[in-house]
Every structure is written in structure tokens, then in C-alpha cells.
Write a new protein. Structure first.
Length: 171
């Protein structure tokens, strides 16, 4: 349970929220992009303002919130589709139809996530067939590709081996 939290997060900065397991870090992140709405039996009240918009307002378009605020969860979940389509999914949902742009962005974000060299010859293969560390990097590429205003990361490198984590840090 979270209570009485007041927090100012500076723009264009990395902010870390640290605490013991089970203290509510993930729950708080789910509030920022309204994924908390999908957690059965959960209630909330209060306000979360981003650029003057109250993200918790009952009158706000939740899809609009999620277009602006992305969440990279601790447990990677590849979509039931190809590696390419996993990265292109959000782009298509947000209106990108041009194949050349999709190709360019898929490659770019797979490179940023340190995955391109490992998957470039099997982009049509299912994302679910990748190792858990590769799936985490795939989810990172998918999340970054949408280029949201705010990206919340809930331990996005927890399933990465040290070499993969180093590759990500150098990108």
C-alpha cells in the first residue's frame, strides 16, 4: 500500500526509486501510465501531474496517457509475433505505415538494445523463441521505438547477463 507520497521528478533526468522488495515501487510506476487500472481490486486516489495533465483523472483518455508514458516491466513479455513485429508493433499502433520507416526504426532500436547482430538474420522468427535476456532487450527495443515522452523502467536489465548489460550501457 502506498500512502502520502509527494515527489517532484525533474524533466530530462534519470530518477531512481530505490527500496526493498515489496515496498510499492512497481505499483507506483503502474500508476504513472495507468496500468494500475488493470490490477483487479486496486483502488487509488490523488493526483499525478505531468505537464499540467492529471494522469489519474477519471476524465482522461488512458490510451493518450500510455502514448506519452511507457513502462518497461521487470519481467519481459514478448508479444506473440515475430522479432520484427515486436519492435514495429507500437509504431504501427501509433500510425506508422511506411515500411522503410518501420525497417529503419526496427533496426535502429534493435541496435540500441544491443540485439541487432544476434537477430538480424531471423527477424521473422518468434520473439518468444529468444532467450530471456534477449527477450528483455527486445522489449526494451519495442519500448524505445515508440519514442514516448516518459519511459518508466522497472528493473529493465534484471534478466540480462553481465555481457548484455555492458552492451546496453555502452549504447
Amino acid at each position: 500500500m502506498l500512502k502520502n507520497i509527494t515527489l517532484d521528478i525533474p524533466e530530462k533526468q534519470v530518477t531512481a526509486i530505490v527500496g526493498p522488495s515489496g515496498c510499492g515501487k512497481s505499483t507506483m510506476l503502474k500508476c504513472f501510465n495507468r496500468l494500475i487500472d488493470l490490477v483487479e481490486g486496486t483502488t487509488y486516489n490523488g493526483n499525478i501531474f505531468v505537464r499540467g495533465m492529471n494522469l489519474l483523472s477519471k476524465n482522461i483518455d488512458v490510451n493518450d496517457v500510455r502514448r506519452k508514458v511507457g513502462l518497461l516491466p521487470q519481467k519481459p513479455t514478448s508479444l506473440p509475433m515475430s522479432i520484427y513485429d515486436n519492435v514495429a508493433y507500437g509504431l504501427r499502433v501509433h500510425g506508422t505505415k511506411d515500411t522503410k520507416i518501420l525497417d529503419m526504426k526496427v533496426e535502429h532500436y534493435l541496435r540500441v538494445a544491443g540485439l541487432w547482430d544476434e537477430v538480424k538474420d531471423r527477424l521473422k522468427s518468434p520473439g518468444s523463441k529468444l532467450s530471456i535476456g534477449q527477450q528483455q532487450r527486445l522489449c526494451l527495443a519495442r519500448g524505445l521505438a515508440v519514442e514516448q515522452d516518459i519511459i518508466l523502467c522497472d528493473e529493465p536489465t534484471s534478466a540480462l547477463d553481465p555481457i548484455s548489460a555492458h552492451i546496453l550501457n555502452s549504447n
